[in-house]
Design a protein around this ligand. Sequence first.
Ligand code: DMJ
Length: 639
Amino acid sequence: MDIADEQVSPDARVPLSKYPFVIIRRVARAPSYVTAGLSVGVFVCILFLFTPPGFFHGFGHRPGPGPGHPPPPKWRWPPLMNDNSPKPKLSGVDWNARAENVKSSFLHAYHGYEKYAMPADELQPVSNGAVNNFNGWAVSIIDSLDTMYLMGLHDEFERGLAVVKTLDFRKHDKGVPFFETTIRYLGGLLSAYALSHDFSLLQAADELGMALLPAFNTSSGFPMFAVTPSSGITSGSRYGWLAEIGSFQMEYKYLAKLTGRKAYYDVAQRVTSRLNTINLEHYPGELLPAAWFVDEGIPGGDQVTIGAMADSGYEYILKQWILTNFTEFDSLNLYKRTIGAYLNYGLYLSPGRNLLYVTDFTAQSPSRRFEHLSCFVPGLLALGAETNVLPEQHLSSQERQVHVWAAKGLAISCAAMYNDQSTGLGVEEVVFLNKWEYQAKRDARAGLVTSTGSPSSEIVRKDQENLRWMNVLQAWQNGEYKVASDEGSQMKGSATGQGIVPGLRYPPLPVEDKPEDREYTYRQRDYRLRPETIESLFILWRTTGDEVWRELGWRIYLSIEKECRTPSGYAQMNDVRNASLGLQDSMPSYFLAETLKYLYLLFSDDSLLPLDKYVLNTEAHPFPIFSWTDWEKTKFGIS
Ligand code: DMJ
């Protein structure tokens, strides 16, 4: 569903903005040869009118080998949302060629790993060194076997498989982190098995799943941070994070499905049930907090976040519902409650460009931090808003509309965190200014002394509350929302009521090309080759069919090629604002598992991985959607 379809209100007097529809109706009544001729003409005009300068630059272009390659031209936003214009079709783009570009990038990175680092965990792409930072089980191979399979890289897949066959996880006598081992190794083995049906992969997954089971030896059933496979001894703090305790159920439920082992189902369902039933009335919207006491299975702090430390905990709620073919009603209800509450409490508009962002908060206040890690949220919202995932009886059309708006608005902001930077790469973490800080910044830039003085904390709090997206949406729906004059020309004239949805569109970025004028400050300036923004662009492409999401992904890809490529692989960047500050000697396995996979899927045909047949774990490992058989229901006690 596109926002353009959602906003047309009936009006007897035809306002100026509706003229295009009147013309279209009249043309539709004309003879067919007139209609056909006009359609072609109108389409070509629209394409050029709404195409930003430089949009077609680089079509069919193969990225060069890194430094020296010209940067993509600065992006000017096309009118994207709710503007009643047809979506621009990027005719002439050879998406298959772009997918091939990504495949060759994967080969460059993976061959570099094979040459300099295999069978260690990860390549050090600057020094051509190797590092064992995830148990020393060749995480770059296992994490990326399914990427190879999807890309049709059978030789690489077979070579990787040969290494996997030499591993014995059970003999490992050091503690391994439960969460990372589950999402990268167990998830990687399971999805590689699902795609290839090579039985040795399932055998390895079963051995690993079994070796990790002692992690659940706590009175609550929440997993401990680490477990030693050879002894079953657990270690780590008794204080855990939501992501660590709540992002393993997909892997263990699928493993239960494949092996018939009840123990796998039990450990997963115990945590899912606990998160569903625990009393959270002290948290805004009864949201799941970030920190938990592992033994007691109770919350341990007042911070609520959907970013670092909690992210996949929220993700797995919806994805368990999908994985089990829409039969786990507890997970469905928990998703509806938590995502609804997060939309209410955790989304804000920035001053200045009206960027929609998601942040963490306590009962007292939002932190206004915006993390790259939370850029998976637009994709999660878009996935949940699909009618086959949450049909009308579970998500009303109004709720669905808000979810889609939030998904698109947040995705734009995530992409803007790339587009704003001179390198075109996404910043790890920023903090949005409040209204007063932004005003003071602008005054200082204009050489003015801020005349307003220091506002009281109560005024600052109220003004921030006025930027809470749900409050703004309410005001907009009541026709009370006024666009501030500095939000730019595209916003004017349709600022209230049925006009542009707040946060969904913002003007071109002339001012924000200058870092000193932006409405945020930098908290962590590096780019870590992370996938989340591309993941959301991929899901938005699949769920809307709007090629603008693909084009945004292509721009990110070109920037990665230009700035991060080294002779042996790809490296994280120290400062997205300044390429001369150099690269870090690290190529995380998730770059192969997620970033390049999502880029490849974004440019490939939908049939390569249909989302009505597969759901991806938090490390981008696709698992087939399945139903429990009667035998499994009886054995596992599924009602
Ligand atoms: C990945 O390892 C997983 O997606 C995890 O859930 C959090 N993010 C990293 C990559 O950024």
